[in-house]
Design a protein around this ligand. Structure first.
Ligand code: MN
Length: 311
């Protein structure tokens, strides 16, 4: 069986884990997750090594390992992601477009936030000068300050925050996190398109968190459909300034919401889903009662169970 191995960052592995949530399988010993798609079995290990096996492992690997994926091997054009009508044309990045991204999805505490930003072709250069880029490469302090600059430029944007109690309610109703994200992105796009009205719009780029067909299925279940010229791409914030700006606004909103929750509980809530989170859950339960988690946490995460040993 053909296979390929890549070493990827923890952030990318976390994105992948969420991306493949709907097709996950029981991971083998020492693995972070395993997922089975149409053409590949993907296994990510704690060491950062990710194994892609199956009929066409390179196609799946390219989504995450980017340009290095086929480097050194034959002369496949590196960025030619699986030819799909949802992959944006190269020209989109230099045109007037909308970009959307989210934050908070892998964090036990705090809401999910999704933001969309509309950038006109003429503003792209200006935004680059501001230092707008992939928020994963920026510190939280820098992200907050760039967000202020973006807001000052008065670019049309829209933001949605899914509070924890609403998140937990939807989750209990049977919604996957993927469906929540799809609906949030969809509403953000709709609101933003109303705002920009008749301004030029070449397309909409969503930082891809699931297969486009799955996204369409999720929004169709709520009687919604994709706007014309909607594209999906993994790591879109590295190519589109609008997605990068969206990621900065979503992240800043998430940080602000975390500050508010921490203040309310008088406990500094950690980001992520590490062991430190488990200990903090125990503290929240001891000081405020179990029911408080509903309003500040994504209670279905395994952390809720792991916190028991600290009680
Ligand atoms: Mn993203």
């Amino acid at each position: 069986m053909p296979q390929t191995v890549h070493t990827l960052s923890a952030t990318v592995i976390n994105d992948m884990k969420q991306f493949y949530a709907d097709s996950s399988q029981t991971p083998p010993q020492g693995a972070v997750f395993r997922a089975k798609t149409g053409d590949a079995v993907i296994t990510a290990y704690r060491s950062g090594k990710v194994l892609f096996q199956g009929s066409n492992p390179e196609a799946e690997a390219k989504k995450w390992a980017g340009e290095t994926a086929s480097a050194g091997k034959k002369s496949l054009p590196a960025r030619k992601q699986a030819a799909s009508s949802y992959h944006p044309p190269e020209s989109l990045f230099a045109s007037s477009h909308i970009g959307t991204d989210e934050a908070g999805t892998g964090d036990y505490f705090g809401p999910i936030t999704v933001a969309g930003v509309y950038v006109e072709a003429e503003q792209i250069h200006q935004l680059k000068e501001l230092g707008v880029k992939d928020s994963k490469h920026l510190t939280d302090a820098r992200i907050r300050s760039i967000a202020k600059e973006i807001v000052k430029l008065e670019l049309p944007y829209s933001l949605m925050v899914l509070p924890n109690n609403k998140y937990n309610q939807l989750q209990k109703k049977g919604w996957s996190q993927g469906k929540m994200k799809a609906m949030l992105h969809h509403h953000v796009i709709q609101k933003l398109m109303k705002k920009i009205d008749s301004l030029p719009l070449e397309g909409i780029l969503i930082d891809q968190f699931c297969e486009p067909a799955v996204y369409k299925k999720h929004i169709a279940a709520e009687k919604e459909s994709l706007a014309a010229n909607t594209y999906f791409m993994t790591k879109a914030e590295s190519y589109s300034i609008a997605v990068a700006a969206g990621s900065i606004i979503a992240r800043t909103s998430f940080l602000k919401e975390m500050d508010k929750l921490s203040e309310r509980l008088e406990i500094s809530l950690p980001k992520g889903a590490s062991q430190k989170v488990d200990q903090t859950i125990a503290k929240v339960i001891r000081e405020h009662g179990r029911e408080t988690l509903d309003s500040c946490a994504k209670v279905h995460f395994a952390n809720s169970r792991k916190a028991e040993k600290y009680l």
